[in-house]
Design a protein around this ligand. Structure first.
Ligand SMILES: *Cc1c(COP(=O)(O)O)cnc(C)c1O
Length: 200
């Protein structure tokens, strides 16, 4: 692998792990953490964020419209925007609370197994609609299907992202982050590789 000429962000994905596992990283000064459930994030991070107030919390999982209100309270980034109803609700809650939440559009790169994500052919229109809603869209995100060659998806997402003129790409997990870096990922989402195996 060639040397990187940029600094990707590393999100420590702490879902299912307790404060005990997270605190050493916080004390070390790590800033970016990821969760995939709103309820779990509120329970764990409300108090942690009061103590470590430079923390950036990332929502990585499927976001239901009825959880947006709470999501906007606790998260700084949302990686899973994938429909217009959700975009509208986010715009409403973000403006109500006067927050600046950075958002990624999740893209479904064509695999039938994937349920979440905007189809590539609809990405540009969807992005424009999000801009009209004044959402702060910073990039795109994908989750390649398990047991597939992720590089095809990473390459595809890099091209799509450049085409619409966005700079940030959320892709790459424990098993494929090196490949993601070859395709200019700027946000790696690493769980197991940092915290160890999840038991639930
Ligand atoms: C759990 C999760 C990760 C981290 O996965 P690992 O394989 O443990 O690194 C990354 N992204 C999303 C969306 C996740 O839900």
């Amino acid at each position: 692998m060639k040397l990187l000429n940029y600094n990707p962000n590393i999100i420590a994905v702490s879902k299912t792990f307790s404060d005990q596992a997270i605190i050493p990283l916080l004390d070390y000064g790590h800033v970016d953490f990821g969760e995939n459930k709103v309820q779990e994030a509120l329970q764990k991070w409300d108090s942690i964020k009061k103590k470590y107030n430079n923390i950036k919390l990332h929502m990585l999982g499927k976001l239901q419209t009825n959880k947006v209100k709470h999501a906007v309270e606790i998260f700084d980034y949302i990686h899973s925007l994938d429909n217009l109803k959700l975009a509208n609700k986010l715009a409403e809650e973000i403006s109500k609370k006067g927050k600046n939440i950075k958002i990624f559009i999740q893209v479904n790169l064509g695999d039938e197994m994937q349920k979440s994500g905007i189809h590539p052919s609809e990405l540009e229109t969807f992005y424009k609609n999000c801009c009209l809603l004044k959402l702060n869209i910073i990039g795109t995100m994908c989750i390649p299907p398990e047991n597939s060659d992720a590089t095809i998806y990473f390459k595809n997402l890099l091209n799509l992202t450049k085409k619409i003129g966005l700079n940030e790409i959320s892709m790459g997990m424990t098993n494929d982050y090196l490949e993601a870096l070859e395709y200019e990922s700027t946000f790696l989402r690493i769980g197991t590789g940092i915290f160890g195996k999840r038991t639930n």
